[in-house]
Design a protein. Structure first.
Length: 147
């Protein structure tokens, strides 16, 4: 009985290890982003922003839309994040949606939020500041490259 239990534990540990190493391979860090958004008017919230993608040692400018600021009293929001699975700069542009069902987007604790586009590019982002709550537009977050 004890040997069966130990063998079962060993199998479970191996499965967890293999699953985590597969996830790590799939989630290869490609770059980082920084976005600064400003309010359009009092009470309207953030609906646009400008950012920089750092990828392969170079910086690329982009614009983002589809993010709104829930709380009042902030004139700007800074978002930082990591980019995963980016194979080409052209894959970065597109529409991002929450990567998991029911995911919160930047809750009051400033937690990391995960977004994903149709090219499998994943963004793990965090809003800087205490008590900042962001919401996603129903159509998702749109990223457009700027030349």
């Amino acid at each position: 009985m004890r040997k069966h239990f130990l063998f079962s534990c060993l199998v479970i540990i191996c499965c967890v290890f293999l699953a985590s190493s597969t996830w790590a391979e799939e989630q290869k860090l490609s770059g980082t982003i920084y976005v600064k958004s400003k309010t359009i008017a009092i009470g309207v919230g953030v609906s646009w922003g400008e950012g920089k993608l750092t990828y392969d040692g170079k910086e690329y400018k982009f614009k983002v839309s589809g993010i709104s600021l829930v709380d009042l009293g902030f004139s700007s929001v800074e978002i930082t994040g990591e980019v995963y699975n980016l194979k080409s700069v052209s894959d970065f542009a597109g529409t991002y949606a929450a990567a998991t069902a029911g995911a919160k987007f930047g809750d009051a604790g400033g937690s990391v939020s995960t977004l994903k586009n149709d090219k499998e590019v994943v963004l793990k982002i965090k809003a800087k500041g205490e008590g900042i709550q962001l919401t996603l537009a129903a159509t998702g977050v749109t990223v457009k490259m700027v030349k």
